[in-house]
Write a protein that binds this ligand. Structure first.
Ligand SMILES: Cc1cc2nc3c(=O)[nH]c(=O)nc-3n(C[C@H](O)[C@H](O)[C@H](O)COP(=O)(O)OP(=O)(O)OC[C@H]3O[C@@H](n4cnc5c(N)ncnc54)[C@H](O)[C@@H]3O)c2cc1C
Length: 480
């Protein structure tokens, strides 16, 4: 009897365009589909609360998709090497295939498993699929990793197209009898009391089917205006694919090829499609940086920033987290995040800038809050984006470019739709004062039934003073 092969699902919760699963099927061995909840190996970076909510539903969806092709998803909790050993022992499996992951702890784990299994004659193979191009395949002329996005993306675009997505083979063989599985509900990935995600299934459809539907809708309804509208948080103009991409429910190359096909049919809209693809490029860039500079989640890429005189207080951090800073666009963003597990990219930039520059709070405090609250929390994109905004990252926004939260609101939420949705206590203010309620005359506030400091906070810092303090703080490390 042919010994089975374990296909170990990780951050690749799909069956379509999954190179490792295709390769596993091609061996002709009977397969075991396994997922391991390993809350030990990632150390400080186990998935946050919002990601765990998503993971629960994504695993349910994957189990359903596998059931349709005659398989059962085996769930086990524990340290990945111990669980793999146990399942090998129970089933006599002689091979383990999986997709590659790029977090520093994941790379170490893969190497350790390779050595551990090689000694015992067990085949361990990892496959690409989470990115368009593998880190290492995109380098400068001198052979170094890129540290600047524009030449990085130019180099990516000059490479041959990523391979076209592949369907799952139809003649998959599944091993039987199956090892025991655990109960997904018993993992308690979903919030208990209070259930802050009670209405999230109305907003999101975790799983591969939800991902492909979202992509299809985006191509049909949104991509044509993406270039013009992607910066307007009040308009549903972006794809919303980030949590699906993070959990590997859809491959970036599926998105790439579908977008290219759309652009060929709509040549007049080539530029907007390219803009969208370039955002996937930022995702790639973040992953490539994480692989070559694995300290990025914890340490400033520019060493001088390790000496930055961070100064903000816990009280200010809490006001920021709760959307109570007195700056409407900042508060709207933080409340959108809490209510939906998501925040629009423009507002992520504004809120992150406010935390690091207006409140002088270390970017790592914001990175952690996003890690816990975002459904798309992703070690590469989150860390690199935080460092980008804070000015400490590779190819970062210069520190001295300090967003003015009022003018950002007026520019990108000119109609006030976004602030009115998320900060309803301000909704009856006229547009003119919506982004600066402190400027509204008493009569206007009275008519709106709004008492500043009671119904909505006064700004917790003065923009001009905060800006000067930030520049002075930067002055202390500039040139170091
Ligand atoms: C402070 C901060 C923290 C962030 N944290 C995360 C995070 O944890 N996870 C995450 O996926 N993105 C993060 N981003 C990037 C970006 O905000 C989100 O990817 C984007 O808002 C997701 O919405 P969308 O899928 O509709 O994007 P779209 O505009 O439709 O873009 C398509 C895809 O491109 C990728 N992408 C877009 N913008 C970026 C970017 N700036 N950097 C990297 N990839 C990008 C995403 O995978 C996204 O799904 C962060 C940005 C900032 C400023």
């Amino acid at each position: 009897m042919t010994s089975p092969l374990i296909f170990w699902f990780r951050q690749d919760l799909r069956t379509v365009d999954l190179p490792g699963l295709n390769a596993a099927a091609a061996t002709g061995r009977p397969l075991i589909a396994l997922y391991i909840l390993d809350d030990s190996t990632p150390g400080d970076w186990i998935p946050g609360a919002a990601s765990r909510w998503w993971l629960h539903h994504s695993l349910e969806a994957l189990a359903g998709a596998l059931q349709e092709c005659g398989a059962e998803l085996i769930l086990r909790r524990g340290k990945a090497p111990d669980v793999l050993d146990a399942v090998i022992e129970e089933t006599g499996a002689e091979a383990v295939y999986c997709s590659r992951q790029y977090e520093p702890w994941a790379g170490d784990l893969e190497q350790a498993l390779h050595a551990r299994f090689a000694e015992r004659g067990i085949e361990f193979k990892r496959f690409p699929g989470h990115l368009l191009h593998e880190p290492g395949s995109v380098r400068t002329g001198a052979g170094d990793p890129f540290k600047v996005f524009t030449p990085f993306w130019r180099a990516c675009r000059a490479l041959p197209e990523p391979p076209a997505p592949r369907a799952l083979p139809e003649d998959l063989q599944w091993h039987s009898p199956l090892p025991e599985t655990e109960d997904l509900k018993g993992w308690q990935l979903q919030p208990q009391k209070p259930d802050w995600a009670a209405d999230w299934l109305a907003l999101w459809t975790p799983g591969a089917e939800g991902a492909h539907t979202r992509l299809q809708r985006f191509l049909e309804d949104r991509v044509a205006d993406y270039g013009d509208s992607r910066d307007i948080p009040g308009v549903a103009a972006t794809s919303g694919l980030s949590p699906h991409l993070h959990h590997g429910e859809i491959s970036p190359r599926s998105i790439w090829h579908a977008t290219q096909a759309w652009a060929e049919e709509h040549p007049q809209s080539r530029a907007t499609a390219d803009k969208f693809l370039a955002e996937l490029g930022w995702r790639e860039f973040s992953y490539h940086l994480l692989v070559f500079f694995p300290e990025i989640p914890d340490k400033a890429f520019k060493p001088a920033f390790e000496e930055f005189p961070w100064a903000g207080s816990q009280k200010q951090l809490r006001a920021w987290q709760r959307g109570q800073t007195g700056y409407p666009i900042v508060d709207a963003g933080m409340r959108e995040l809490w209510a939906t597990g998501y925040m629009h990219n423009r507002v992520r930039m504004v809120t992150a800038s406010f935390l690091t520059k207006h409140l002088l709070i270390d970017w790592r405090a914001g990175e952690r809050w996003f890690w816990d609250t975002l459904v798309d929390a992703d070690l590469a994109s989150n860390s690199c984006s935080w460092q980008w905004v804070a000015g400490s990252g590779a190819d970062a926004a210069p520190y001295f470019r300090i967003f003015n939260p009022t003018t950002q609101g007026e520019k990108f939420d000119a109609t006030g739709e976004y602030v009115r949705r998320w900060v309803p206590e301000l909704s009856v203010l006229p547009d003119k004062y919506l982004h600066k309620p402190w400027d509204a005359p008493e009569a206007v506030l009275q008519e709106a039934g709004l008492e500043l400091g009671k119904d909505y906070p006064q700004p917790i810092v003065d923009h001009r003073e905060a800006r000067e303090a930030a520049l002075a703080a930067y002055g202390q490390i500039k040139g170091k």
